[in-house]
Every structure is written in structure tokens, then in C-alpha cells.
Write a protein that binds this ligand. Structure first.
Ligand code: GCB
Length: 897
């Protein structure tokens, strides 16, 4: 919550900054309209722009989503319906003869716009910009715009289903654009109407070509269109111009002669050098009527099936991440400055590639890619499946055109894509003929989008991203349609082992030796609160994530035919339909939802950023704990140092542990932590220059014997049926896995680890959302059928809290929503109803507890007691079954006296 709050404050600050900056250009005036909107939900869907005054209005600022908070609760689902926005316009009288329009950078997902109660335009699709012309304005201060936005499911609008939350609202900037009656225009696709591309680029020469459309709504006129190309210092390189006689109210296309550049400075990630093309519309008297400034990056690139990607004639591995646009506490209504920060983080990690997934994003993102040198792929949101209707096809094609035309001028873009895992949610599986028709219809849509893309922009490559069903996509004819194929591969996560990834890539390449391929997704969920010393798939530990990514990075770098790879995902993101350890969030990010780096981010940084780098992998583990195995009062645990240097020297509490080599960017150390603060220093020398990283780790040591006078017992938090360590940073609690009871120490007597029976599905405990807690992992595992729990604590007064949740029963075995292995057997087992008593030091404290019947399935239940220990028998918790087997999920014991 703390981080959410600071994010929100930052948001308010950045937003007011954006207001002050609203740009007044000499010929195009663009006024930021983000302030002072009124907003109301219309769950009954019955209001119109004439009678909506009775709704419950509140003041909002754009960017705005109505789902920012309802996705943060524990309940599934979020408001998908209608939201109304209204605002009065302040118009200047001198604009009376100008062309005035509203420019929406994005609203999710169907928008209808009204002026003074009358409908004046609409837009379909949540991720592209649109322009609504304003005519019939009154100019007397009463002009009111109303905007109806609807994020309900609509079978004709992509995405239909996806592993991300479809936040509703006017979530990107809105502005008022005032233009002369003669201006550049693309009235259908909300682009600026001027396009720039390059041709014949080499190290010695390049050509810059500008084309576009203009419109004249005043009187026929003789006009000149002129483009001036300047270098990054503003020095003129050359210009091109043409004369045009414009006829009234007709869209007039134009193309200028190529502007030559000798010895160009080529654009690349290492040197993202931008020229600028300023295109002006000039009348007979020399007056400039319109002007558009566009960045120009001179670069040439190609993909080869065998050798991968080439930039400016050199082999170049594309490495980066995919990105979703949401942020902690804000949903998708994120100010541009924060979005730019993401690109800075990607750059800082050494990334040179961004897959803008699964939909076009804020212009600020691609502007940042242009400036910082990140090559990009952008796609429309056809995800998982299609609807076989004319309207769906039409909307998809329209989105594709909007995407290309609105983003055409970004030199960073090299790929347009249009489908993601479109065979994942296969329809008509029981009717082979109908299924075949469905697949044919997908291929037809793909081909139409492909053709449209190639004609609209022949300067870029096309791509489709598929899940691991190589045969399915090949048979469906989908592999041969796009110029590049992206594979989303999750060996070692949704199926198989991480080590299978490399051989799987080889197989794919052998099957389609002529096709350039990228790995457009790979990743493993990392919940940074979870750690494991023997990490296993699905435990969500940071340590499993590290191993997974080490294996993937090595496999990608080894294979030249892999043109590029994008980690799924740059950061964690909202996905309402997910449960698991952090319900409603997909944890495959290298950064958290509020952009804190996980250790996996540093692993990429050590691999791909070229400056010397050293980092103690404390990450989220500055607070950790462990159980002493002897009476030494130290606990030896693994500590990793992430670095791109060859050797690391590690100091613990001022003492050197010696030097060690770095393997796959990690050096592993067994550190004997003492109780309390441990000062760690990692040192490396690069070309004689010393570099170091410092960290203070707070270690909570549990002595072997709980009555050890040197480490007096204060508190212990234990999870059962788990081998993970869980850190609750807010409460500063460390949860350690239980152990079998040892005399003098503590542990469970009896009990089996909870497993979902008769299921080939892999989970760690259950992956069901546990209601009533944010610490789901504590409750998602348990011991079943235990006899007792014994803690040999010293004499004193204690608070004992037992944590339960019923993990069996209807609904508990939901299939992972995005499990890519479709052949998973789901247990249909009905829960054994358990009823049991609990005794604390011989006293009956819980009688006849029936978790399922009393509290329901997957609800967290806490029972707190006090007890006094007056002898050396410690604390004994006894479980007596009446029906079925007793369970315990977690246990906390605190000394209070
Ligand atoms: C995929 C999807 C992506 C999901 C991801 C996951 O293959 O393309 O949208 O979020 O897997 O995490 O399951």
C-alpha cells in the first residue's frame, strides 16, 4: 500500500506538470483537456446524453479508469459496463473559422461522443487514438461534451479473452486540436496526415521521403508543401518541395521528392541519432498554414532465417521484453512520464527490443524508443481466439490500419504484428468439420491483415506470435502467412523442463528452416516474497526464476537463428482472472507492478548491459531468516552476487570469504549469517578499477534449541506443507517452512503435504485465491492428518495463532486460466468433510471445527489463543480428528511475557 500511495502522489504531480506544458504551437494548437471532468457509472445502461444528469457524478482527471481500485480487492471480477464523462469547453472566439476537433489518445473500449446532447461520433477499440470533429459549436461558454465509454464484452471487438485486465475508461490524454481550414489531414485514422520513411539507406547515403494528405475547407488555393531535413543540432541538410492546387473539401494526397543525405549518421540502439523532418504547408504569400515535425532515424535492417536479425548491415541479437501498460494502483490510467520510465528501465537493463504487447500503447512509449534506441514490434489485440463475423473482421482491420498510420513515423518500429496465440482457445473441439472451418476463417483473417499491412507499410516486417503447438499452427497455414514467426515458449513453466527450451528451438528451426523466428515470450512467475533453497517449478520463488532465466539466456545466445527474444514481461501486470500466490496479478515481470527490480532484472542487466556491473542479490530478501542446525548460532545460506565481471570477492561482516569466479553472471556463496544485521560487501576489479556493492541484510535466526539464552525466543512464524520462505515486508514477518519435530526444538508430528489428488496439473499446494488475506502463500499449502505440533519454548506467556484454510472442495481445482498445456486432467474429487478438535497444552481450544461448512472453501481462518508455559513441556498443540483428517496451514507463536 505504501508504494501504491507514493505512486499515486507521483501521478498527481506528473499530471499537473502535463497540464502546465500543454503545447501551443504556432499553426497547430493542441490544448490538453485532461482537467475538470465529471464522471458517473451507468450500471443500468439506461441513460442518454439528454437525461444523464441524475447519475451520481464525481470529479475526475484524465487519464482515468473506473477499475483502478476494484481490481485491488480480493473478489474476482471488475466493473465492465458504461461510464459517462462530461465537461464544458472553454473556446476562444478567434477559433470560429478554424477546424476544431477532439483528439482522444485512447479509451477502452467503445466510445460515443456527444456535443450538447447530440451524438457527433464514435470509436471502436480500446488501444488506438481517434479524432472527433466539432462542428455546430455555440462559442458562448455552454458547449458541453459528453463521452460514453463502455468496456463490456463485445464479441465483435478484440480482445475477446486475454490474460490481462480490460480496464475501462478514458485512460489516455484528451486534447482539443485547433487547425487552420487548410491543413494536413488523415480524417479516418487519427494520424497527423504526414508520413516519413527512408529508402536506400547505407553507410554512405540515405533518402528521406515524405508523403501525406491535406484538406482545404476554405477556398481553392495555390499551396506549397515543403519538407526541411535538419540534423540533431538543427542544421539544415536538405529540403524537398512541391506546388499543389487544392480543391475545396477534397483530400489531396502528395509525395515529395526524396531528400538525399550523404554519409548519414545511422540510428541504432548504441547511437539513436535522430534527424528531423519539418513539413510545412505554405500559401502564396509565404504564410505557414500547417506544420508537422517528425523524427527521422536512418537505419536499415533485415531478418534471415539462418542468421537472425541484421541492423545497419551487422548481425544484431534483439533482446528485451514485452510490456503491458498498467501500473500499481492506477490500472491503465498511467501518466506518460511513468510509461517513459519503463523504457528507461528496459534500456538500463541492456535491452534493445520491446514487444509492445498485446495492443498499441501510449505514443510516449514509442517516442522514448525512438530517442533511446529500442527496436520495437507493435501489435493489435487479437488474442486467443476470433469471432467469425464480418464486424469482427472489419474492426480488426480498422485497428491494424489505425495502428500503422498512427505509429508509422517511429523509426524504432521494425515489426507490425496482429495475432497472439490465436489457436489457444480452440472452438468447436467436438465437431471436427466445424473446427476446421473455424481454423480456415482464422487463416483468412490473418491473410487479409497480412495483405493490408504489406500494402500500407512495405518498409517493415510482419509477425504473428504463436504458442508452442508448432504442428497446429503449421497445419492451419498460419506459419507461412507472416514474414516472421514469434514463438511463445514456456518449457520449464507450463510444461516440461527449462532445459527442453533449447532443443525445442532447434526442432522448430528444423521444421521451418526458411522462416526467421523470434521468441516473443518466455517467463516464469516470480513472487518476490517467496524464496526457496531447492526451487521447483510453480513454487513462484525468485530462485526458480533465476535458474529458469539463466538457462533461457544461454540457449538464446547460443543460437544465431533466433533473431530475438522478449521476456514475458517487463513488469508484473493485472490479470483479473488469475488466482495463485498474488491473486489478479501475473507475476512473470522482471519488475514488480510498481516497478521494483527483482533479481531476475539484474540477471538481464549483468548479461546485456555493457558497463561493469556488480549487485548483491538481496532484492526483496533484505529481511530473511533461517534455522540453525547446530548450537553455533549462525545459519549458512546461499547468497548470490550478480555480475558481469570474472571474479568477485565477498566480505561478510568485515571478513573476506575469498574470491570466486562468476558463472553465467552469478557467483554463489555460502554465507554464515548471524542473528541481526549482516553487512555484506561484494568487490570486483575491472581493468584495475575497483567496483563494489554494499548491502545490509537483516537476519532472523531461529536457534536449534528454542531455549537458547544467547538468542532469546521472541517469535516464530511457520508454514506447513511448504519448503518456501515467505517474507511479509509490511508486517516485517518471516515465515519459515515447518520441520519434523526434534527434541528441544520444534516441529510437526505426523502429517502429509497437501496435494491435489488425481491431477496431473502442477501446482504448489493449491493455486486458488485464498480470501481474506494478502498473504495467500501462507494458506495455499498445509499438512493433512497431523497428530500434533510441538514447540519446546522456554517458560513464559505466549500468543499462539493457528491459520487454516480448507483447500479441498468444489471449485478448488480450477484450471489455470492460461495453462498452455491443454491436456490437463482436472480432479473432480469432492472434499472429504473434516471435523476436528484442537487442544493447546491439554486444554480444548477449538471444538468440532468444520472448515468447509463453517468458513467455506479457500477462506483464511485465524484462531488466536494465549497460553502459559510453566514447566519444560513447552507448547503442544494436539489435533483430534472426529471425521476426515485434521489440517494446519500455518502457525505463529509469539512470546508476550
Ligand atoms: C502467454 C500469453 C500472455 C500470458 C502469458 C502467461 O502465452 O501470450 O498473454 O500472459 O502467456 O503468463 O501465461
Amino acid at each position: 500500500m505504501k508504494t501504491y500511495l507514493s505512486s499515486i502522489l507521483l501521478f498527481v504531480f506528473l499530471n499537473s506538470f502535463a497540464q502546465q506544458k500543454s503545447s501551443i504551437l504556432p499553426v497547430r494548437t493542441s490544448i490538453n483537456l485532461n482537467q475538470n471532468w465529471s464522471f458517473a457509472k451507468d450500471p443500468t445502461r439506461q441513460f442518454t446524453a439528454l437525461d444523464f444528469h441524475n447519475l451520481k457524478w464525481s470529479k475526475v482527471t484524465i487519464p482515468h479508469t473506473w477499475n483502478a481500485f476494484d481490481v485491488m480487492d480480493d473478489e474476482p471480477g471488475y466493473y465492465r459496463g458504461i461510464g459517462w464523462y462530461k465537461k464544458k469547453l472553454a473556446l476562444k472566439p478567434e477559433w470560429k473559422n478554424k477546424k476544431i476537433s477532439l483528439y482522444f489518445e485512447g479509451a477502452n473500449q467503445e466510445t460515443t461522443v456527444y456535443l450538447n446532447g447530440k451524438k457527433i461520433g464514435s470509436h471502436i477499440g480500446g488501444y488506438t487514438a481517434f479524432t472527433i470533429p466539432l462542428t455546430d459549436l455555440k462559442f458562448n461558454g455552454t458547449d458541453e461534451i459528453a463521452v460514453k465509454v463502455d468496456n463490456s464484452f463485445n464479441e465483435n471487438i478484440a480482445p475477446l479473452t486475454a490474460d490481462f485486465t480490460f480496464f475501462g475508461g478514458m485512460y489516455r490524454n484528451v486534447s482539443l486540436v485547433v487547425l487552420n481550414s487548410i491543413h494536413f489531414e488523415d480524417n479516418q485514422y487519427a494520424s497527423k496526415g504526414v508520413y516519413v520513411h527512408t529508402n536506400n539507406v547505407s553507410k554512405t547515403t540515405a533518402e528521406v521521403i515524405v508523403n501525406g494528405n491535406l484538406i482545404n475547407s476554405s477556398a481553392n488555393a495555390e499551396l506549397t508543401i515543403r519538407t526541411t531535413l535538419t540534423d540533431a543540432t538543427g542544421k539544415k541538410i536538405n529540403e524537398a518541395k512541391t506546388g499543389i492546387r487544392s480543391t475545396l473539401n477534397k483530400l489531396i494526397p502528395f509525395t515529395l521528392a526524396a531528400i538525399k543525405v550523404n554519409n548519414p549518421i545511422l540510428w541504432s540502439p548504441e547511437n539513436p541519432y535522430l534527424y528531423q523532418a519539418t513539413t510545412q504547408l505554405v500559401d502564396k504569400t509565404g504564410k505557414v498554414l500547417d506544420e508537422i515535425k517528425l523524427p527521422v532515424g536512418l537505419r536499415f535492417f533485415s531478418f534471415e532465417a539462418e542468421k537472425g536479425f541484421f541492423l545497419n548491415g551487422m548481425p544484431y541479437k534483439l533482446i528485451g521484453t514485452s510490456r503491458h501498460q498498467d501500473f500499481a494502483g492506477m490500472g491503465n490510467a498511467v501518466p506518460s512520464a511513468l510509461q517513459v520510465k519503463d523504457i528507461e528501465l528496459l534500456k538500463d537493463m541492456g535491452g534493445n527490443f520491446l514487444r509492445v504487447a498485446h495492443y498499441p500503447q501510449d505514443q510516449a512509449v514509442l517516442d522514448a524508443c525512438d530517442r533511446m534506441g529500442i527496436l520495437a514490434s507493435v501489435e493489435i489485440p487479437i488474442v486467443n481466439e476470433i469471432t467469425e463475423t464480418e464486424a469482427f473482421y472489419r474492426n480488426c482491420k480498422n485497428m491494424q490500419l489505425e495502428m500503422i498510420k498512427q505509429n508509422y513515423n517511429h523509426p524504432s518500429i521494425i515489426i507490425w504484428a496482429y495475432m497472439n496465440e490465436v489457436l489457444l482457445r480452440m472452438k468447436f473441439t467436438k465437431d471436427p468439420l466445424r473446427k476446421e472451418k473455424y481454423v480456415t476463417n482464422i487463416a483468412t483473417l490473418a491473410q487479409e491483415l497480412e495483405d493490408l499491412t504489406r500494402t500500407t507499410d512495405p518498409t517493415r516486417y510482419t509477425m504473428m506470435s504463436n504458442h508452442g503447438d508448432v504442428t497446429g499452427y503449421t497445419k492451419a497455414g498460419l506459419v507461412k502467412i507472416p514474414m516472421l514467426v514469434g514463438w511463445n515458449l514456456y518449457q520449464g513453466w507450463y510444461g516440461g523442463k527449462s532445459e527442453d527450451f533449447g532443443p525445442n528451438l532447434d526442432k522448430i528451426h528444423q521444421q521451418m528452416p526458411d522462416k526467421p523466428i523470434l521468441v516473443t515470450e518466455f517467463g516464469a512467475d516470480v513472487d518476490p516474497r517467496i524464496h526457496a533453497f531447492s526451487p521447483v517449478k510453480f513454487d513462484k520463488s525468485l530462485e526458480y526464476g533465476m535458474l529458469y532465466h539463466q538457462i533461457y539466456i544461454a540457449a538464446i545466445l547460443k543460437r544465431p537463428f533466433v533473431a530475438g527474444a522478449a521476456v514475458w514481461n517487463l513488469s508484473d501486470f493485472n490479470s483479473e482472472t488469475r488466482d495463485e500466490t498474488m491473486p489478479h496479478i501475473n507475476n512473470k515481470g522482471l519488475l514488480t507492478l510498481d516497478r521494483q527490480p527483482k533479481n531476475t532484472y539484474y540477471l538481464y542487466k549483468a548479461n546485456f548491459q555493457t558497463k561493469p556491473f556488480i549487485k548483491i542479490s538481496d532484492g526483496s530478501w533484505k529481511l530473511r531468516g533461517g534455522i540453525a542446525t547446530s548450537n553455533e548460532n549462525t545459519v549458512t545460506q546461499l547468497l548470490q552476487v550478480i555480475s558481469n565481471t570474472d571474479t568477485v570477492e565477498l566480505y561478510v561482516n568485515g571478513k573476506s570469504l575469498g574470491k570466486k569466479g562468476v558463472h553465467e553472471r552469478v557467483s554463489n556463496w555460502d554465507v554464515a549469517f548471524k542473528n541481526g544485521k549482516n553487512e555484506i560487501k561484494a568487490v570486483s576489479f575491472v581493468s584495475g578499477v575497483k567496483m563494489e556493492d554494499l548491502s545490509t541484510l537483516n537476519f532472523n535466526l531461529q536457534p536449534l534449541a528454542l531455549n537458547n539464552p544467547e538468542v532469546p525466543f521472541k517469535e516464530i512464524n511457520i508454514t506447513l506443507g511448504s519448503q518456501r520462505q515467505f517474507i511479509d515486508e509490511h508486517k516485517q514477518e518471516i515465515w519459515l517452512p515447518s520441520q519434523a519435530y526434534k527434541t528441544g526444538s520444534w516441529g510437526n508430528i505426523g502429517g502429509e503435504v497437501f496435494k491435489i489428488k488425481n491431477s496431473s496439473r502442477q501446482t504448489y499446494g493449491t493455486d486458488k485465491n485464498i480470501r481474506g488475506t494478502a498473504n495467500d502463500p501462507i494458506y495455499q499449502t498445509q499438512l493433512v492428518g497431523l497428530d500434533s505440533y510441538q514447540l519446546d519454548v522456554p517458560k513464559g506467556k505466549y500468543e499462539v495463532t493457528l491459520h487454516f484454510a480448507e483447500l479441498m472442495g468444489n471449485g478448488i481445482q480450477s484450471v489455470l486460466p492460461y495453462n498452455l498445456d491443454s491436456l490437463i486432467a482436472v480432479s473432480k474429487e469432492v472434499p472429504p468433510q473434516r471435523v476436528f478438535d484442537v487442544y493447546l497444552n491439554d486444554k480444548l481450544v477449538i471444538k468440532n471445527i468444520n472448515l468447509a461448512a463453517t468458513y467455506g472453501i479457500a477462506n483464511s481462518v485465524q484462531k488466536k489463543f494465549e497460553c502459559s508455559v510453566a514447566d519444560d513441556k513447552g507448547i503442544q498443540i494436539l489435533f483430534k480428528s472426529i471425521k476426515g483428517k485434521a489440517v494446519l496451514n500455518a502457525l505463529q507463536v509469539k512470546k508476550i511475557n
